[in-house]
Design a protein around this ligand. Sequence first.
Ligand code: PEP
Ligand code: MN
Length: 352
Amino acid sequence: MIVVMKVGTPQEEINRISAELSSWGLSPEKIVGKHKVVIGLVGETQELDPFRIEELSPWIEAVLRVEKPFKRASLEYRHNEYSEVVVSTPSGDVVFGQHHPLVVTAGPCSVENEEMIINTALKVKAAGAQFLRGGAYKPRTSPYSFQGHGESALELLAAAKKASGLGVITEVMDSPDIDKVAEVADVLQVGARNMQNFALLKRIGRQPKPVLLKRGMAATIDDWLMAAEYILAAGNPNVILCERGIRTFDSKYTRNTLDLACIPVLKKLTHLPVMIDPSHGTGWSEYVPAMVMAAIVAGADAIMVEVHPNPQKALSDGPQSLNFDQFDQLMQDIKPFVKLMGRERPEPALAR
Ligand code: PEP
Ligand code: MN
């Protein structure tokens, strides 16, 4: 349920109403939108009579029920205002959201060594990316495949961040690793295989760094939004959703089926920003550019692309990784689409 306050409601009145609702055993959450303040109520609201709440104050404009099972993640919960996830990076704040420039994340599947990660960071930054991606902890289907360099790779990510000024997005696979990953990561990634690791979602929801929640490969959109709800319910409002392809009957020509239709669907259901990862989504580098362009035109807020200095030699996901020239070309080729969608990034002000 949400309580929509009239424009200009005094703060004391919002506090008074919140205190009253708390005394009824509810947990009111103040949500400050661009135009209005909304008080969100999650919990035992089934039996609650909206008129009883309306009577609390003449400053209340409306009391509305949120019908979706994912309460906090629903667009209604924020009274139809899309949220902005602000991430601080060494080069300044980067905002993910509906009315903001496209955010580009690029980098290798896994962090292999210092030279490759620093080199990749500098190259993708020069091409126009805002974030460096790269796994230190890798969720691999086979226990015999390269598992990532773990903690030592986090140090390499820190070095690449320092050298490039890019923000860092990297995966956390296990709750005990959250703190050390959060020391270097600006956004913590929860991978597809962990999307329903509820213990991890709860723990990651209790820490302050923004979270990139990848869609499980067999997850429905409702499953995915309920997983996001776990993070939001634990207290972390900064969640970005990432579509990375789902399993369907056809895996002959593509590794997964990239569900681009999820973009307009999510834009109707949730206020959370949406990222598209066509590298895992298709599994083949030659299909990545077309899907990046399609994602932008379909309304994606961000994209994630795997880039490797020498994809043939990559320790993981080489076939789906672009090399530097291909990424550079892609960043040129997307420009008209980015412009068409009003997602251009203003040129940084020149230092005097
Ligand atoms: C990755 O980003 O490298 C990764 C393992 O992704 P996913 O969880 O989507 O498979
Ligand atoms: Mn990968």
